[in-house]
Design a protein around this ligand. Sequence first.
Ligand SMILES: Cc1cc2nc3c(=O)[nH]c(=O)nc-3n(C[C@H](O)[C@H](O)[C@H](O)COP(=O)(O)OP(=O)(O)OC[C@H]3O[C@@H](n4cnc5c(N)ncnc54)[C@H](O)[C@@H]3O)c2cc1C
Length: 460
Amino acid sequence: MTNTLVVKKFEKLLGKDNVLSEKEDCYPYAFDVVEQGLDVKIPDIVVLPETKEQVQEIVKFASKEGIPIVARGAGTNQAGSCIPVKNGIVMHFSKMNKIISIDENNLNCTVQPGVIVGQIQSEVEKRGLFFPPDPSNLAVSTIGGAIAQSASGSRHFKYGGTRDYVIDLEVVTSDGEIIHTSSKTPKNVAGYNLTQLFVGSEGTLGIITEATLKLIPKPESRRVMLAFFDDLKDSAMAVESIIRHRLQPSVIDMMDDKTIYTIEEFSKSGIFKPAEACLIIEVDGTQASVDDQMTRISAVCQEHHVSEIKVAQNQSETDKIWFARRQAFSAVTRLNFDVVAEDLVVPTDRLVDMVHKIQELSLKYNIIIAIMGHSGDGNLHPHFSLDLRDQDQKQRFELAEREMLDYATSLGGTITGEHGVGTVKRAHMHLVNEEPNLRFMRMIKNIFDPKNIFNPDKIL
Ligand SMILES: Cc1cc2nc3c(=O)[nH]c(=O)nc-3n(C[C@H](O)[C@H](O)[C@H](O)COP(=O)(O)OP(=O)(O)OC[C@H]3O[C@@H](n4cnc5c(N)ncnc54)[C@H](O)[C@@H]3O)c2cc1C
């Protein structure tokens, strides 16, 4: 596709600096976080639009010529969602990175897709407002990627995920038209919920050029504790029990001994001590309710044989805990050549069974599996630590993964809670979707993108 005329056309539209066409410049865009071996498709051209009108023009051209377009934020998704599978165009949003407005009266903000999630949080927090969705890599993840991936994170337990905070999207459709999926009002039921069709669509239905997000008041106070256990299953039982006691921390994250060891090695925080399991529990609200919840949650942990509870005494300790937790994926990558981060969900009252099964599979297939996750939501990220160049390990991993996902679905769970489908979970879609569901999904894709130019061969 990259002939000189096309490059010149895009350079005229976007400026020379916003078009990459040399193979070595385009090569990094053939990858995201997921290991793909050597069979990568290098995009023919990478474009960095600065305006929605430029996006429109590129889409119109691609649509006319039948050229695939893969939208890209920070490239940090864990599902192979933004790797090109057919060369074509990668549209990188690093230059559409402005917060357009923060409407303090109407509790919303409007942003371009390339704004970093953590930046939105810190800007609104300066005004006493709060944008809760917190993927662990919020320091780099773009909001466009988080919306397209329907990312969530630790605070989902109390606050929900990105999907719950998207009010309206501006989208460039496959024929280059600009649509708004809703209004900027907090409520709007005038028609089908187009907004939620685009949330989690992984760039397969259209290109998001602007998003209006819901904000809420920032909680007055916040406190985090670490609860250490000598038995992973006790920690899972404590999670179930906290929920049964109608307590509502903002976060209940779980880490096993391997995760604790690697993040302490990595972060040198001095806060995490060796234990078979640790729960990170954060509570927020008024000062009085925070104190009350902390006391009651500690009592529940005692019922489940907690070995030690450490409460962060100041902001610096809180920051150290969250820094370490957010480095968990990077820390585990140091254990072996590859790491595969799973993303299953089970009903929270089956968490103990799921944790037990993962431990069993680790022994059965002789693979290190570090367990971490947003346990309050039943969302576990077992991290397989292995060397995928070794065919025997690769085969054992595939068997263990399949057995793990089969078990999660047999408990009434699902194959992905927040990372998405992309290329890595496509083969498992039938485990949680019956044929009529898949048929409707294919029809939706076909209506929005009849020429299959938007991120082809993902999800379905
Ligand atoms: C260390 C680490 C920790 C993580 N922790 C969490 C976590 O706690 N919770 C969680 O949910 N996820 C987590 N993730 C994965 C998370 O989904 C992604 O990291 C992130 O939200 C995607 O943002 P991105 O900017 O990197 O998007 P990319 O990876 O660049 O793209 C993601 C998808 O969005 C599409 N896209 C991007 N921009 C647009 C646009 N403007 N219009 C249409 N489609 C677009 C892409 O085509 C792709 O399909 C983690 C990832 C890492 C590496």
